[in-house]
Write a protein that binds this ligand. Structure first.
Ligand SMILES: [Mg+2]
Length: 319
C-alpha cells in the first residue's frame, strides 16, 4: 500500500519560503536597478551577500512586509486584513526602500485613514513580493490561498495586474510546496499552464505573460538568464517580475542556483530574488538554503531568528 505524501504545510517549507525570500531580497539589495552586464562586470557570479545602500545581509521592504504577514498568521485566525495593515505600519521603516507611493500610503495610515481606503490602482509587484509564505500556509486549499493573496494585495494595490501577480506568486509557491512534499520534480510547461489557468480570471494579461515563458535550459544559468531576459522586462511591474522569478526557480537545480539566477537577471533584483527564494525554499525546504547566507542574514529584531520563531509558532498553532 502506498503512503499518502507528507503535508505540504510544514515548518521546513514555511521557514524555507520565508528565509528563502529574505536571502533573495538581501542578495539582490545591492544591485537593484542594475543591468545583467553591470552585475556580472562588478561581481562575476553574485553568490554572496554584499554591501549595498544597506549593510551586507540587510533585507528591504519585500521582507519587512512579509514579516508583517507572518506576524498576522501567528496571531491565529488566518489572514486578517485589518490586523495586517496595522502590522505593515508598525514595521514600516522608510530606509528599507519602499518607494514613494507606499511611503505616502503609510503616512495616510499613520494619520488614521481607514486601512481599506488607502490603496491605489497600481500594477506594481508589491503585492507579489511579500506573499510567498501564504502559498505554504494555504498549501491544502487553492481557493483560500488565492483569496488571502488577493486580500493582502488590496491593502496597497488594487489594479487587476497587481492582484493577479500576488495570486500567481502565492499559488506558484503552493504548487512548489506540494510538489516538494510529494517528492516530484516540477515540469516547467505543466507548472506554468496550471498557474496561468488559476489566475486568468483575475487578469488575462498576466496569464498570457506566464504562458510566454520561454523553454528553460535546466541547470544552465547563462542560457536560462538569456532566455528569461529576452522574454521579460524584469522590472517593478507584477506582470514582468513574477514570471521571471518563477522561471528562475523552474530552471534551477538547487535553491542557491534559483536565487542566484533570479538576482542575475538585473532590474528589480531584490524583489525577483525574494520571489524566487520563496519558491525555492518552499520546494527544497529550509535545509536547502546556503548556510553562509543564513549566517550573514540580518538578525536585528525582527530578523532571521524572529522569523524562524514566527514560523514555528504558526506551525504549532495550525499543524
Ligand atoms: Mg525591496
Amino acid at each position: 500500500m502506498s503512503q499518502p505524501p507528507p503535508p505540504a504545510f510544514s515548518f521546513s517549507r514555511l521557514a524555507g519560503a520565508a528565509l528563502g525570500a529574505m536571502c533573495g531580497d538581501a542578495l539582490g539589495m545591492p544591485v537593484e536597478g542594475w543591468s545583467v552586464r553591470q552585475i556580472a562586470q562588478r561581481f562575476g557570479r553574485l553568490d554572496r551577500l554584499v554591501d549595498g545602500r544597506l549593510p551586507a545581509g540587510s533585507y528591504t521592504d519585500d521582507s519587512q512586509m512579509m514579516i508583517a504577514i507572518l506576524q498576522t498568521l501567528a496571531q491565529g485566525g488566518g489572514l486578517d486584513s485589518f490586523f495586517l495593515a496595522r502590522r505593515f505600519l508598525a514595521l514600516y521603516d522608510p530606509a528599507r526602500g519602499y518607494g514613494g507611493r507606499i511611503d505616502g500610503l503609510m503616512r495616510r495610515l499613520a494619520r488614521g485613514e481607514a486601512w481599506d481606503r488607502v490603496a491605489t490602482d497600481s500594477w506594481g509587484n508589491g503585492g507579489a513580493m511579500r506573499v510567498g509564505v501564504l502559498g505554504v500556509f494555504f498549501a491544502e486549499d487553492e481557493d483560500a490561498c488565492r483569496e488571502a493573496a488577493l486580500a493582502q494585495c488590496r491593502i496597497t494595490h488594487t489594479h487587476p495586474r497587481a492582484l493577479a501577480g500576488a495570486a500567481a506568486q502565492a499559488l506558484a509557491v503552493r504548487l512548489a510546496a506540494r510538489l516538494g512534499a510529494a517528492g516530484e520534480k516540477p515540469q516547467a510547461v505543466r507548472f506554468v499552464q496550471t498557474l496561468a489557468t488559476q489566475i486568468e480570471a483575475t487578469d488575462l494579461h498576466l496569464a498570457q505573460r506566464l504562458r510566454a515563458m520561454p523553454p528553460l535550459p535546466f541547470g544552465d544559468e547563462g542560457a536560462a538568464r538569456a532566455a528569461l531576459r529576452a522574454a521579460y522586462a524584469c522590472d517593478v511591474s507584477a506582470a514582468e517580475a513574477a514570471p521571471p522569478a518563477l522561471g528562475a526557480f523552474l530552471a534551477a537545480e538547487s535553491a542557491e542556483q534559483a536565487i542566484v539566477l533570479a538576482v542575475s537577471l538585473g532590474g528589480d533584483t531584490d524583489t525577483i530574488g525574494a520571489m524566487a527564494g520563496a519558491l525555492a525554499g518552499a520546494y527544497w525546504g529550509l535545509e536547502s538554503l546556503p548556510g553562509a547566507w543564513l549566517a550573514d542574514l540580518e538578525n536585528r529584531e525582527p530578523g532571521r531568528v524572529a522569523v524562524l520563531r514566527l514560523c514555528r509558532r504558526i506551525c504549532d498553532e495550525n499543524g
